[in-house]
Design a binder for this molecule. Structure first.
Ligand code: ATP
Length: 371
């Protein structure tokens, strides 16, 4: 069993920085768990504590059922892949992959067999004689993965392994790492600051900020039910739109009133907000760019009070869809993702319909999600 358990783990550095604050989580056997968050949120420190490269200030760490707080990195049955690849420049690919096994006194035949197998999986069999400098970035990253695979560890730790690759290769390697995970049936703990990587790779995602876990959930759950405004803004591209305003009752209906915007909330959402005591209170209203529509069919089928006037500033053409940036409601810049066939252009004035069944509401003071 290669579950990993972090039991109220803290990391305090000498300069009083609490880099990791009460990290408490069971990582399941064979799970692909992604730690994501902005720079400095503590994700690398968490990974380095699991690897044994950083001492734990407080709390317990288990790999399987074994308490490993005081176990040396080499005895933890883990392998780590770094952003920098960390290949030995004077050794060829074969020697780089063999190095860890030689240290552990594996027989030559065993080393050969493991390297051949890993090289086949990663499609680098033809590169075994080359030195790292004669490899492309993608090939180097494959070798770094190969060096981890041959160890046959219980747990793989990966710290931004794709950051040095160009965009196309990154997408390709993403799929390869996922295939590798399915094939090897091991636990993977993967650190990234890239929310797309987190969404596409993780069985579960841990979103961190300032050393604290914000939310642990599946990509679907995190995207559709973010627990607070930070998670809502960090996950999703382009980001969710936020508007400040108040909730007011008018003619038995609950309305959101922001600067130059009035929306009548659907009955089920209104009920939750009334029950929670938000009538006549300030709230933050959230809507994702893809939950706004510019087509006539949508506008005709939905009440007028669920749409807004938009004067388009910028249009980004993504091929199949357009990102339209507009800011004529108050001073808030907003963005909508619409079908490219709509043919929208900068400086056009349009009406955008909002799918309010998908809207989010956050408490103005705590930024915690009501829904
Ligand atoms: P990045 O994506 O930039 O690598 P991160 O989320 O991985 O960021 P960490 O590297 O874990 O963040 O750092 C978390 C916090 O701990 C930061 O505030 C950082 O400055 C601090 N920190 C990291 N290492 C040390 C250290 N050796 N001594 C003191 N503070 C440190």
């Amino acid at each position: 069993m290669a579950k990993v358990t972090l039991n109220h783990v803290y990391k305090r550095f000498a300069n009083n920085v609490v880099a990791v604050d009460d990290f408490h989580l069971d990582i399941h056997d064979q799970e692909f768990l992604v730690l994501v968050g902005p720079s400095g949120c503590g994700k690398s420190t968490t990974l380095r504590m699991i690897a044994g490269l950083e001492e734990i200030s407080e709390g317990d760490l288990y790999i399987g059922d074994r308490l490993v707080n005081d176990v040396a990195p080499k005895d933890r049955d883990i392998a780590m892949v770094f952003q920098s690849y960390a290949l030995y420049p004077h050794m060829n690919v074969y020697e780089n992959m063999a190095f860890g096994l030689k240290l552990r006194k594996f027989s030559k035949a065993e080393i050969n067999q493991r390297i051949e197998e890993a090289a086949r999986i990663l499609d680098i069999s033809h590169l075994l004689d080359r030195k790292p400098k004669a490899l492309s970035g993608g090939q180097r990253q494959r070798v770094a993965l190969g060096r981890a695979i041959v160890r046959e560890p219980q747990v793989f730790l990966m710290d931004e392994p794709l950051s040095n690759l160009d965009a196309k290769l990154r997408v390709q390697m993403r799929t390869e790492i996922l295939k590798l995970h399915q094939r090897l049936n091991t636990t993977v703990i993967y650190v990234t600051h890239d929310q797309t990587e987190a969404m596409t790779m993780g069985d579960r995602i841990v979103v961190m900020k300032d050393g604290l876990i914000q939310q642990v959930a599946t990509p679907h759950e995190i995207y559709n039910h973010p627990v607070n405004q930070f998670v809502a803004s960090f996950i999703g591209s382009p980001s969710m739109n936020f508007l400040n305003g108040r909730l007011v009752e008018k003619d038995g209906q609950l309305h959101f009133e922001g600067e130059h915007i009035h929306l009548r909330l659907p009955d089920d959402k209104a009920k939750v907000l009334r029950d929670r005591g938000y009538v006549n209170k300030s709230i933050i209203f959230g809507i994702r760019p893809e939950d706004m529509y510019s087509d006539h069919q949508f506008l005709e089928a939905n009440p007028f009070e669920s749409s807004l006037d938009a004067h388009i500033d910028v249009v980004e053409n993504m091929g199949s869809e357009l990102y339209i940036y507009f800011n004529n409601i108050g001073r808030t810049q907003m963005v909508a993702r619409v079908d490219a066939r709509e043919g929208l252009k900068p400086r056009m004035s349009i009406r955008l319909g909002l799918d309010l069944s998908k809207c989010h509401v956050f408490d103005s003071e705590t930024q915690v999600a009501v829904f």
